[in-house]
Design a protein around this ligand. Structure first.
Ligand SMILES: [Mn+2]
Length: 427
């Protein structure tokens, strides 16, 4: 755990500069007919879950370069999320991935997390790998798909694994199961598109039937990888069809990296929200494909536009969706990576809150695209960092999370406790 008084000490060294910057930011923003206090409050309310599989170093198929001190158990993963939450004040939950996480005593794990201020976000099932616990000790294989498989025994095993994830999640206090399927084909003619889709729909209905009344089920689309010709849940349209064909609490999850280049993701967000089927997000960024780069590191303007659509869906506030970070790379300390993502989301949210909605509607009604762009850019180009830092301070977190993490030698301390060779599960 990161001691709160150490964070306070670090904040004290930055307090005067922060106060000066905040006065300036407040003055500037007040001139744009926006209440800076409302922006700070909404940013302070926001939280994004950290995924248990992004707490160790990521990698590529060419290699992985562990940095040491990675969490060896799910408890240590909770510790790491508690550590970044202490610094950001905006990562109040963890999302588990079964069976990479397979707690022997879920009630004890839940208590462990509660004591550290961490809740359990969506449960993630895994039918894209063969694991003894999900493939009936090797009796079946997901090589040719899971819910879409031609063999009913494989489909049954995949359904059963999802039911077990829900049962585990109930014991942890989770309320959501996210189903991401690697199902698809790598070669034309390999399978019938329609037969695969109908089998997936049938499997999702069976999983949905097991949901407790206060649970939701998310389907997550992706156009390609690991299959390279077709995915069954290839885009938001297929995801929406599955949700609509399953039940009211079946919703769509948007992973920013799961789109073909140049897709208008903010418009997809608007469409799904309009259809009442937007359930959650996996935040990351990409240049070429599912790169899992740090949120906001490549296309920060797109991130701003996405938050603008979220505020539109929530009538000026962030709608109560499941927000999670889903990123992984080979180069950074994963905890710093997650804190940078959290900061990028808070900055994008603050910028989106600065958009003068009344003026924007006026420009739209007057068919004045130049003015509409001026209004968006005025908000996007405002330096909102003092407001975001103030939101963190009010959440008893760090004015500067990364600098504080480094000043406290947090990684060195983890290596000392867990060892240089401690490597986390997950990819
Ligand atoms: Mn994802």
């Amino acid at each position: 755990m990161i001691p709160h008084d150490r964070i306070e000490d670090e904040n004290t060294t930055r307090a005067r500069t922060h106060a000066r910057d905040l006065v300036h930011a407040r003055e500037f923003i007040a001139r744009t007919n926006t209440d800076p206090e409302a922006v700070i409050a909404e940013v302070a309310r926001f939280s994004a879950a950290a995924p248990s599989w992004a707490l160790g170093t990521g990698g590529t198929r060419f290699g992985r370069f562990p940095i040491g001190g990675e969490p060896r158990t799910t408890e240590e993963k909770v510790d790491d999320v508690a550590a970044i939450n202490a610094l950001t004040g905006a990562n109040r939950s963890i999302s588990l991935h079964v069976p990479w996480d397979d707690p022997a005593d879920p009630e004890a794990l839940r208590q462990y997390a509660v004591e550290r201020g961490i809740a359990f976000d969506a449960m993630n099932s895994n039918t894209f790998q063969d694991n003894p616990s999900t493939t009936r000790d090797g009796a079946v294989s997901y090589k040719f798909g899971s819910l879409c498989h031609s063999d009913v025994a494989v489909r049954d095993a995949a359904v059963q694994h999802n039911l077990e994830c829900i049962d585990l999640g109930v014991r942890l206090g989770s309320k959501t199961i996210t189903v991401w399927l690697a199902d698809g084909t790598s070669f034309p003619g390999q399978a019938n598109f329609r037969a695969q889709f109908e089998r997936v729909l049938d499997g999702l209905r069976r999983i949905y039937a097991h949901l407790p009344a206060d649970w939701r089920m998310f389907t997550e689309h992706k156009p390609y990888e690991p299959q390279f010709y077709s995915s069954v849940v290839n885009d938001w349209g297929s995801s929406l069809l599955l949700a609509q064909g399953t039940g009211d609490r079946a919703l769509c999850l948007v992973d920013l990296g799961h789109h073909l280049p140049n897709a208008n993701i903010e418009q997809i967000v608007s469409r799904l929200a309009m259809a009442g089927r937007l359930g959650g997000f996996h935040f990351n960024d990409s240049k070429y494909g599912d790169d899992d780069l740090t949120t906001g590191s490549i296309k920060p303007y797109q991130l701003f536009l996405i938050f603008l659509e979220l505020l539109d869906a929530g009538n000026g506030r962030m709608p109560p969706l499941a927000y999670m970070i889903d990123q992984s790379n080979n180069l950074k300390d994963p905890l710093e990576d997650l804190m940078q993502a959290t900061d990028a989301m808070q900055v994008a949210l603050a910028q989106a809150l600065l958009v003068d909605q009344q003026a924007l509607r006026g420009a739209q009604d007057a068919n004045d695209p130049a003015l509409a762009q001026e209004i968006l850019h005025r908000a996007y180009r405002t330096d909102v960092r003092p407001l975001v830092a103030e939101a963190r301070r009010r959440n008893n977190a760090a004015l500067d999370p990364i600098a504080t993490y480094r000043a406290l030698n947090s990684r060195t301390e983890k290596i000392r406790q867990r060892g240089l060779n401690a490597v986390a599960t997950g990819i």
